[in-house]
Design a protein around this ligand. Structure first.
Ligand SMILES: Cc1cc2nc3c(=O)[nH]c(=O)nc-3n(C[C@H](O)[C@H](O)[C@H](O)COP(=O)(O)OP(=O)(O)OC[C@H]3O[C@@H](n4cnc5c(N)ncnc54)[C@H](O)[C@@H]3O)c2cc1C
Length: 468
């Protein structure tokens, strides 16, 4: 089969690249080995996880909010089978949506495992070879497993294994306090599991703003999620019906299931990359420039197999850029405004620099302003006052450097910060603009006002630190 653009992998990076290339006039082919399109994100990542987040949020509302608002429904009871049906239905709708988009755009889906045969050919298991003028690699990532004794027990699962559970584990140990570990800890705690997180670094979500990580740890502790920070897991014993997890200095905890969430590695092996001269590193993935071009000019790489971020939306954007360049246009990826959403309860969302990064880069020329949700009317009427918005800017020109938020619906709100950073806005632009009232979005303007020492809705006009 001959085509203009062949895309290897049908996740967010791959399907976006295939559609964008077709929009630009290419005969576009996407090779994916799974029974449904959509990759990790749609099948076993973002989408099913956030469907569970929605069930967890409904339980929380029923437990903590409905009766306060005058709605009497009684104590909530999780029907896990129905929650899973809901999750699976959402996944089905989204994955079949991608298949429909392929049809609408004339993209051909070749089902099978692909491997480069030469610089213009991909061999696909059980199918004829795909010959291409340009190719885009979007093979994604896989869950890492540290070499810890006993981790090969079937009771030690990765995120895909946890999402496939038919019963809520009574006691769940989460190995790794990063984004995936914390999201599942938050969900399963709401589903009724006793949750313990073991993390070897001193904070949760190690790459995120210190105040945001501290706020999450504080709220997790309030929700009786046990945290063992700066502790290494040393061994796991499977006792036949449960696990004994050894960690730290001779400590142990019992569990019925363990989620291993210590990170994901780029899927770069067995693709024939060495043979065709595409450079890669087993840890960092495929080397690609801002055009997403690899060391072979007409071959591009996008998403988890070739990037630092491991996010669906960075894969989307990289894919658009790669497809446009493959079709003779000139596009680059600008990484200043990458939103960092975390769907824990409370949610975290950030864009730009963390406060620590800003201080490292700009020294004393950094100002911050923190606006707590307790002073926002919409948050109060929603009974969701945990957390705050932090605005970070450099004080010489007032350029906005970052926005960090913890609290209600912040993963939706962060787009305002993304647009502001992309537009190289000053803190005045954010603080002097209008936001609809009463809305949560007012929190972002208010944080800007606090940063400028002009807060109207706080008793003390300037609060420099988050209240973690
Ligand atoms: C539990 C979990 C939750 C997540 N939540 C979020 C979130 O809320 N927000 C967010 O932005 N990101 C989230 N992510 C990350 C997100 O899923 C990934 O960043 C995203 O899927 C990367 O897209 P991709 O196209 O690079 O790779 P993938 O989505 O992994 O797709 C790669 C595809 O290529 C196929 N493939 C690989 N090799 C071959 C081959 N040789 N031949 C044929 N096909 C092949 C794979 O089967 C797969 O279908 C989450 C991840 C996990 C695991």
């Amino acid at each position: 089969m001959e085509c203009d653009v062949a895309v290897l992998g049908g996740g967010p990076g791959g399907y976006t690249a295939a559609i964008r290339a077709a929009q630009l006039g290419a005969k576009s082919v996407c090779i994916d080995k799974e029974p449904e399109l959509g990759g990790t994100c749609l099948r076993v990542g973002c989408i099913p996880t956030k469907a569970w987040v929605q069930t967890a949020f409904a339980i929380k509302e029923a437990e903590e909010t409905f009766s306060k608002l005058g709605v009497q429904v009684g104590a909530p009871n999780l029907d896990f089978a129905t929650a899973n049906q809901w999750k699976d239905g959402v996944v089905k709708q989204m994955t079949s949506g991608v298949a429909s988009l392929f049809k609408a755009n004339g993209v051909e889906w070749v089902k099978g495992t692909g491997r480069f045969k030469d610089v213009n050919t991909i061999a696909v298991d059980g199918q004829e070879d795909v010959t291409f003028k340009q190719a885009i690699i979007a093979t994604g990532s896989y869950p890492l497993r540290p070499p810890i004794e006993g981790l090969d027990s079937p009771r030690c699962v990765d995120s895909t294994g946890l999402l496939a559970q038919q019963d809520v584990p009574r006691r769940l140990v989460v190995l790794g306090g990063g984004i995936i570990g914390c999201e599942f800890a938050s969900i399963l705690n709401r589903f009724g599991s006793e949750v313990t997180i073991i993390e070897m670094l001193p904070k949760l979500i190690p790459m995120e703003d210190d105040d945001a990580a501290a706020e999450l740890a504080k709220q997790f502790k309030k929700r009786n999620i046990t945290l063992h920070l700066e502790k290494q897991c040393t061994r796991v014993d499977d006792n036949g019906s449960s696990l004994t997890v050894h960690f730290g200095d001779g400590e142990t905890t019992e569990a019925d299931l363990m989620l291993v969430a210590v990170g994901r590695g780029p899927l770069v092996e067995n693709l024939g990359l060495e043979e065709i001269g595409v450079e890669f590193d087993r840890r960092k993935g495929i080397a690609a420039d801002e055009h997403r071009r690899t060391t072979v000019d007409h071959i591009y790489a996008v998403g988890d197999c070739a990037g630092y971020w491991q996010l669906a939306h960075t894969a989307f954007r990289e894919a658009e850029v790669a497809a446009e360049n493959a079709m003779g246009h000139e596009a680059i990826v600008d990484n200043r405004g990458v939103p960092r959403p975390i769907y824990t309860d409370p949610e975290i969302a950030a864009v730009g620099l963390t406060e620590q990064e800003a201080r490292e880069q700009y020294g004393d020329d950094v100002e911050t302003g923190v606006f707590p949700w307790v002073a926002n009317a919409r948050a109060v009427m929603q009974n969701e006052t945990v957390g705050w918005v932090k605005s970070i800017h450099e004080s010489r020109y007032g350029e906005l450097l970052g926005v960090v938020m913890v609290g209600p619906h912040v993963t939706d709100l962060i787009e305002a910060g993304v647009v502001a950073l992309d537009a190289e806005s000053t803190v005045e632009t954010v603080a002097d603009g209008m936001t609809a009232h009463p809305t949560l979005s007012e929190g972002i303007k208010e944080a800007g006002l606090v940063a400028l020492g002009r807060a109207i809705h706080l008793p003390n006009r300037k609060r420099a630190k988050a209240t973690a």
